[in-house]
Design a protein around this ligand. Structure first.
Ligand code: TEU
Ligand code: CA
Length: 560
């Protein structure tokens, strides 16, 4: 397995709107980020992934870019941004920027020109179609509810938007559009950034002829992933992008790719493919979703989670590289979803952290995860800001007649604002995020859960993360060790080994609220075996017997 800096790195995702507000307007900003860089360095972070900070009307919090060459005014200026990059590099960390090139804002100059007339040279930068039988050109559903097509009166055609109607999709089949994108990417890379996280990059090539999606539910609009995920030309475009842009720099790239299998991912990330370094897959994020999608919530099982993640670990071994994450700005908080955010919050958050850092791949920490921030429950829909959540609420209550309580229950479990409540820094008002009124309310538990307190307490989740990151730096087995699952039928305990250059580690994780028995493989009952890390202060240093008991959410890692 070839050694690479981006395999050895730990990445920290910043959602800038919610991270730190420096000027009291209630919105996180670049100066706020600069003020927290020492904290990230102290934690041991190697790479910062910054969600979009480009000029945007914020229909989707910056994932709708108006000007790809400018910084959002609320976040600061280009000088602030340059200063931030410099401060990151001075601390020997790296910065990867979010690249949103499947779509832009409808206020982007290119779209404005494209919409101005059918003969504009920019017309083909986006995807326009005439009406079909008096209605939308096909039955595709937008990710944010309703049709994926918006009628535009002036030119009497529809344009495609897989997300909100203020996020028109680019037409990657157009060679000038592709050159425009490559030029813009090089412009940022020439400023010295260290790579990109590429938003929904496997949606850039749509099925030829834009055919209807298969009907899978009772609705005029249908989920249409099969028509735009991993489309016919996606690898051609990425190879072209790699050749013309990416290969000119020593950078890391991670593609966000919903709906990929390990085989697809091997194509995106294979060493000889010249496309991307790694992708974010979503299989494990669907483990608690039924056939109706993310809001069709079902209980998840450890057996299923193991089947999925073992598939990814084994599937990419020697063929590609995994990115490891349990939450991000689109997902519920991991401790609320996969652990227990009440009685065992600290213990289960540490168990999940152990999991994240001992699988094979590059770990991604989402802001607040390192202090065990939890989901939030606001009573009123008015308190929510996320466009996906608000559109879904309206469609579910007005369109499908669901009760308010029922829809709120779904939002409490899956809504994206769970991840977007402001970062909790200390016990002062609004968790020290802002001196003003935050754009989205702070989780009321900030007095118990915040960075200040966690820093002071050596047993905190935060210190545990710091320790895991340090161990990773000292022990390449955590990065490169060959993964082998153990006891795959066990539906309470996740266990596996990693093996590298004659050394071995054994990971045992109790995913339940109950005490659980476990039988360790014989070879681990030996004097040469040592406890590597555990979230249970009195965990056995050595194994004297094959039969052990794990306390609720206990995590133990042994080394030999
Ligand atoms: O998300 C892409 C994506 O696939 C989403 O549909 C995701 O599954 C959903 O948000 C889960 O509820 C990316 C960004 O991460 C997201 O913030 C943007 O809203 C979206 O693209 C459009 O740019
Ligand atoms: Ca601000």
């Amino acid at each position: 397995m070839s050694k690479q800096w981006w395999k050895e790195s730990v990445v920290y995702q910043i959602y800038p709107r919610s991270f730190a507000d420096s000027n009291g307007d209630g919105i996180g900003d670049i100066q706020g980020i600069i003020s927290k860089l020492d904290y990230l360095k102290w934690l041991g972070i190697d790479v910062i992934w910054l969600s979009p900070v480009y000029d945007s009307p914020n229909d989707d919090n910056g994932y709708d870019i108006r000007d790809y060459y400018a910084i959002m005014k609320e976040f600061g200026t280009m000088d602030d941004w340059e200063k931030m990059l410099d401060e990151i590099h001075q601390r020997d960390m790296k910065l990867i920027m979010d690249l949103v090139v499947n779509h832009s804002s409808d206020e982007c100059e290119w779209f404005v020109k494209s919409a101005s007339s059918k003969t504009s040279p920019y017309r083909d930068y986006y995807i326009w179609r005439p009406a079909k039988e008096g209605g939308e050109p096909n039955n595709w559903e937008s990710h944010f509810s309703g049709s994926a097509w918006q009628y535009h009166e002036k030119t009497n055609e529809y344009f495609l938007h897989l997300f909100s109607k203020k996020q028109p999709d680019f037409n990657w089949e157009n060679a000038s559009l592709r050159q425009e994108m490559y030029k813009m990417m090089s412009w940022w890379l020439d400023k010295g950034i260290d790579g990109f996280r590429m938003d929904v990059i496997n949606m850039i090539s749509k099925a030829e002829g834009l055919p209807n999606a298969e009907i899978s539910k009772e609705s005029p609009y249908q989920p249409a992933g099969s028509q735009f995920l991993n489309g016919p030309n996606v690898h051609t475009y990425l190879q072209e992008m790699n050749e013309q842009v990416l290969s000119n720099y020593d950078i890391m790239t991670v593609g966000e790719t919903p709906g990929v299998t390990p085989d697809d991912a091997a194509l995106f990330t294979g060493g000889d493919r010249n496309e991307l370094n790694m992708v974010f897959q979503f299989d494990h994020m669907d483990v608690d979703s039924g056939p109706g999608g993310k809001w069709d919530i079902k209980p998840w099982s450890l057996r299923e989670l193991k089947r999925i993640l073992d598939g990814w670990q084994l599937g990419l071994q020697g063929r590609g590289w995994n990115s490891l994450y349990l939450n991000n700005h689109d997902q519920p908080r991991m401790v609320s979803r996969f652990g227990d955010d009440k009685k065992y919050r600290e213990k289960s958050a540490k168990m999940l952290a152990t999991f994240l850092h001992t699988l094979q791949g590059t770990p991604y920490i989402y802001q607040g995860e390192e202090i065990g921030m939890t989901n939030v429950q606001f009573n009123s829909i008015e308190d929510y800001q996320d466009i996906e959540t608000l559109n879904m609420y309206q469609e579910a209550t007005e369109g499908r007649g669901l009760a308010h309580e029922e829809v709120m229950r779904q939002i409490f479990m899956k809504g994206r604002d769970n991840a977007r409540t402001p970062m909790q820094w200390d016990t002062s008002s609004h968790g020290g995020f802002t001196t003003g009124t935050p754009w989205l309310q702070v989780n009321p538990n900030y007095k118990q859960i915040n960075v200040d307190q966690a820093k002071e307490n050596p047993d905190s989740i935060l210190h545990y993360y710091r320790n895991l990151i340090k161990l990773r730096r000292e022990h390449p087995i955590m990065v490169y060790g060959v993964y082998s699952p153990l006891d795959i039928e066990n539906d309470s305990i996740y266990s596996y080994t990693r093996e590298w250059q004659g050394k071995k580690i054994l990971v045992i994780l109790n995913f339940t609220k109950e005490e659980q028995p476990y039988e360790v493989p014989k070879e681990w009952v030996s004097e040469s075996v040592k406890l590597f890390i555990s979230n249970q202060s009195n965990s056995q240093d050595q194994l004297e017997d094959q039969k052990i008991h794990l306390t609720p959410y206990e995590a133990r890692v042994y080394f030999m």
